[in-house]
Design a protein around this ligand. Structure first.
Ligand code: SIN
Ligand code: FE
Length: 295
């Protein structure tokens, strides 16, 4: 596999476009096909007082990310307070707003259905750290989070590499989701009856974990723990230069982040029904493969 198989590139001078109708259609098809939509040169400009935040050491070392909730306007995991926290919040909110704008502009058919989730800032260098296998995003995986079941909704993420030293963000991108799922689904164990209700009642999950969520978590874990697959699976090296923005469905695109620092990320959830081709969603693929409804 080559990077050109998994990347669809667009040229856009600013977060406000312009973008042609033809490019909008191309972006929608590429995303739903499981490609990475990339806009080289679409940078997130920092303001004067924000540069200190790019130094990972300035922030709470115990966490790898700063997390921001755009609906509540609140930052977590920063370890800063007072006027500094205010400046950090403004920076995070500016990224959230820019990414929201971009998605609505490129994918207008999603706009009425888009659910805005969390924003993150990832200052720390990915390479050269120690992770447990399940938390090691340097291994190929599809995104699925134990505490945040989606019930089948899509995970659409926008990223920008804002490394001030020009460091590349290096990814590997794997095979198409249907091929991956067909190989791994038989290895994923189901959920015990009442487990999902119990977890939600105990507050362990935000909402009910459906059979779909259980499958996706199983795929995430099984894939990361299979070192043979990690080595021999079809995959392409992809690099994102500093000052580049990209987006993809991370619940569908097998990805691994190998190196880089100072990335911004905004998550959206998209209902399957809002897609142009719902049959391409992981939910529909897994339902076809398992022969049963999963939500
Ligand atoms: C991931 O979602 O696995 C990490 C992506 C990144 O931080 O570049
Ligand atoms: Fe991921």
């Amino acid at each position: 596999m080559n990077a050109t198989d998994v990347i669809e590139a667009f040229s856009m001078p600013s977060w406000n476009g312009p973008i042609s109708e033809a490019d909008r259609a191309r972006a929608l098809t590429a995303l739903e096909d499981g490609k990475v939509v990339m806009v080289p040169g679409l940078e997130f400009r920092l303001h004067e007082g924000e540069y200190p935040f790019l130094d990972a050491g300035a922030l709470d070392n115990s966490r790898k990310n700063i997390s921001y909730d755009p609906r509540a306007g609140k930052c977590g995991g920063s370890g800063v307070s007072g006027p500094e926290l205010e400046r950090l919040t403004i920076m995070m909110d500016r990224y959230a707003t820019s990414a929201d704008h971009l998605v609505r502009l490129m994918l207008p058919s999603y706009a009425p259905h888009l659910e805005v989730a969390r924003t993150s800032f990832r200052p720390a260098e990915i390479g050269g750290r120690v992770y447990s296998p399940r938390h090691d995003d340097r291994r190929l995986h599809v995104d699925a989070f134990p505490t945040r079941p989606t019930g089948g909704r899509r995970i659409l993420r926008v990223f920008t590499n804002a490394a001030p030293d020009g460091a590349l963000r290096r990814w590997r991108v794997g095979e198409p989701f249907p091929d991956f799922a067909a190989a791994f689904l038989p290895r994923v164990r189901g959920m015990f009856p009442f487990q999902s209700l119990a977890m939600s009642m105990l507050g362990l999950t935000k909402g009910r974990r459906t059979r779909y969520d259980q499958c996706m978590l199983g795929l995430h874990d099984t894939c990361k723990l299979d070192m043979k697959y990690q080595e021999i699976a079809p995959q392409a090296d992809v690099v994102f230069a500093a000052g580049t923005t990209w987006m993809c469905y991370t619940d569908q695109v097998l990805h691994a982040a190998l190196a880089g620092h100072c990335a911004f990320e905004q998550t959206f959830h998209v209902p399957v029904e809002a897609m142009a081709s719902p049959e391409k969603s992981p939910l529909k693929v897994l339902e076809r493969l398992s022969g049963r409804r999963l939500v």
